[in-house]
Design a protein around this ligand. Sequence first.
Ligand SMILES: Nc1nc2c(c(=O)[nH]1)N[C@H]1C(S)=C(S)[C@@H](COP(=O)(O)OP(=O)(O)OC[C@H]3O[C@@H](n4cnc5c(=O)[nH]c(N)nc54)[C@H](O)[C@@H]3O)O[C@H]1N2
Ligand SMILES: Nc1nc2c(c(=O)[nH]1)N[C@H]1C(S)=C(S)[C@@H](COP(=O)(O)OP(=O)(O)OC[C@H]3O[C@@H](n4cnc5c(=O)[nH]c(N)nc54)[C@H](O)[C@@H]3O)O[C@H]1N2
Ligand SMILES: [Mo]
Length: 729
Amino acid sequence: MASREWTGSSHWGAFRVSKDGTGGLTVTPRPGDPDPAPLLGNIASAQRHRARVARPAIRRRSAGRGYDSYEEVPWDDALDLVAAALRRTRERHGDNAIFGGSYGWASAGRFHHAQSQLHRFLALGGGFTRSRNTYSFGASEVVLPHIVGKRGAARVLWQGTDWPVIAAHTDLIVAFGGLRRDTTRVTPGGRATHTVARELASAKARVVSVSPLRDDSSDAEWWPIRPGTDVALMFALAHELAGQVDLDFLRRFTVGGDRFLASVRDCTPAWASEICGVPAQAIADLARRMAAGRTFITVSWSLQRAVNGEQPLWAGIALAAVLGQIGLPGGGFGHGYGSTGNTGGGRLPYGLPTFPQAQNPVTDFIPVAKIADLLLHPGETFEYDGGTHTYPDTKLVYWAGGNPFHHHQDLTRLRRAFQRPETVIVHEPFWTATARHADIVLPVTTTLERDDLGIGHGDTHLIAMQAADAPYESARDEYDIFAALADRLGYAEQFTQGRTSEQWLRHLYERWRAEPKKPFDEFWADGELEAPGRRDDTVLFADFRAGAPLDTPSGLIELFSSTVAAFNYEECPGYPAYAAAPLTPYEITLICNQPGSRLHSQLDMGDFSQAAKRSGREPVRMNPADAAARNIADGDVVRLHNEQGSVLAGAVLSDDCAPGVAQLSTGAWWDSSAPSVATCVHGNPNALTRDIGTSRLAQGCTGQVTWVDIDRFDGPVPPVRAYDPPIGS
Ligand SMILES: Nc1nc2c(c(=O)[nH]1)N[C@H]1C(S)=C(S)[C@@H](COP(=O)(O)OP(=O)(O)OC[C@H]3O[C@@H](n4cnc5c(=O)[nH]c(N)nc54)[C@H](O)[C@@H]3O)O[C@H]1N2
Ligand SMILES: Nc1nc2c(c(=O)[nH]1)N[C@H]1C(S)=C(S)[C@@H](COP(=O)(O)OP(=O)(O)OC[C@H]3O[C@@H](n4cnc5c(=O)[nH]c(N)nc54)[C@H](O)[C@@H]3O)O[C@H]1N2
Ligand SMILES: [Mo]
């Protein structure tokens, strides 16, 4: 390798870093990656941005969390304060008064993974209240085990039929939620080789993209659908197919198949057309095409990130069961194709080299998207997956590696909730909105400033993530922070097991079950290791079709689950059900999907993300007809509003947006610096989303969609202050 070049990795792919004479960094894609993510363009420009946290900082208690400025303090003082707060909270209120869920994507890198570091530290110190499930597919994680069993659910979510199998065998892909190329370039933990676009291009399959946005797929037939109505379309397709296909699979391999057929008896294409906006004839034609060849039905994760989000997945599986191709190469169903790069992206016959965790002695938990309810309603109960649980009384919140003031819904409510605890501690490389709600902010290194191991699920290579830059100002590695805190609290030896970071990296590498592999020093010098034994020939549930039972109560696919039915949830009754979208007084359905210009809120100040902004705000795309009706021109600053709040954004007019639909992606840093103008003057859609769960079954995140009115904004436009550190008097 050339001198002054380092290898690195991110959730959006592996890269190389080089340095010029003045220390300026250049980040280029890993050679050999056929489809690198343009998101790499955010890394170098963010690395020494003014939004970095330079030194430990303490909130000046005055107006409240989210409003106050900060004072910088020496590391030892900050660590003493954190240790004292932890000790005090455990002694006075018990271990479950510490909330350490700390949801978020942090950075790639298996050792310096913020949540793994924090959870190990808190578990060894006595435990913490944790969170369950993800914002990504919280509804699926709970409902899928009832449909295909726990092991089956893990396979649907983490394995699935591989792309090369689809490319070779599938005639027709029906993609509910599309197959976004932007999103498939992202994989938790990273991916050295992005191949989805290439595999899709080489496939013989036609793609029908059922989605409110045309560019959710390229080279596809676009079927604009009213958001939230896919279940009606699926029911009508099942209704049509029932008369055309052999129902043998449905009868032999499912429970509730006949019940399902009866439930869609009146779901004609004409009925569905009224609801979802797709012409009735097109629905009937599509059913015929699905029956004529090998058809793969995929439901993107976005569909379940909405009220009653359990239903589109359950209905999609029912539709695939009627068609009867589950377990055949390139047939059946999938979940999350187009959502990340690891769905259908191969598998490794061993686990990943992760930082070992400790047993958490506390059993209290929340479904992850119940964070505001946890803080606002201590002692109250909530329902979840058939059980009733109690929110503990949270006195201390510890967050490392996530940005709830990006990711959670109804940020105004979340800010209110964050006033309640006694102490909030946040580790961050950047002054995010979450850091601005902490009492103690500790500056941490970025991946460019520490050595680590990078690999994602099903990945092709283990990447040596090599420190290419010195730590920014006084930033420290999370491992060193927790080792210092554990030392103050008397359990340093348990936390570190006597190893330095470098010794841990070698230890994780050597213990890693991938074989054969070269010696660590050789791997480090080469910068990567090809993952041995990787396979990409999975056909989901081929074994089930051949006779191996699922781990459901019946051993079959449960299109009727007596377990779920017994929970007596009206909104999730034990079988796929269509529910009309909630009534709303607002005219526009706002899709709050993943940003194409960054990963969530990460590196929003980076060059690539900034280039996508419009009039200095996050772009909101809308149909030209909807814009004309509101006197809005391309590039205008607009104000989106509803009962949750209001947001300024820059209008982009596009026919790629179905009429009645607008799109404002997540991740613009929340800027509440001009509250008389808007809840967020920069364009964070979570100022507008509703903080309610998918259903009592899963209580999953419903942030994908909300309803708003949009007006042109003619007042003086306030500056965006989101990246200015709140340091000073
Ligand atoms: N409206 C709406 N909201 C959504 C969604 C939606 O579709 N619509 N999607 C949801 C989904 S699927 C998800 S997964 C969530 C994502 O929500 P998050 O995962 O919370 O979002 P990120 O912006 O990735 O936040 C990660 C944070 O970790 C910080 N970080 C990076 N590396 C490190 C490190 O080494 N240590 C520490 N301490 N911090 C680090 C970054 O600076 C960043 O602030 O958002 C959810 N929110
Ligand atoms: N570039 C980039 N890639 C990412 C991420 C990122 O932040 N940036 N985040 C990653 C993460 S954490 C996750 S969980 C995945 C999420 O993966 P997804 O949830 O699949 O991604 P989204 O972009 O939220 O949604 C995909 C599309 O679904 C469509 N859609 C929304 N509602 C409906 C509906 O009711 N019906 C139909 N038919 N379509 C609908 C929208 O048009 C939207 O563009 O993405 C991952 N990939
Ligand atoms: Mo996610």
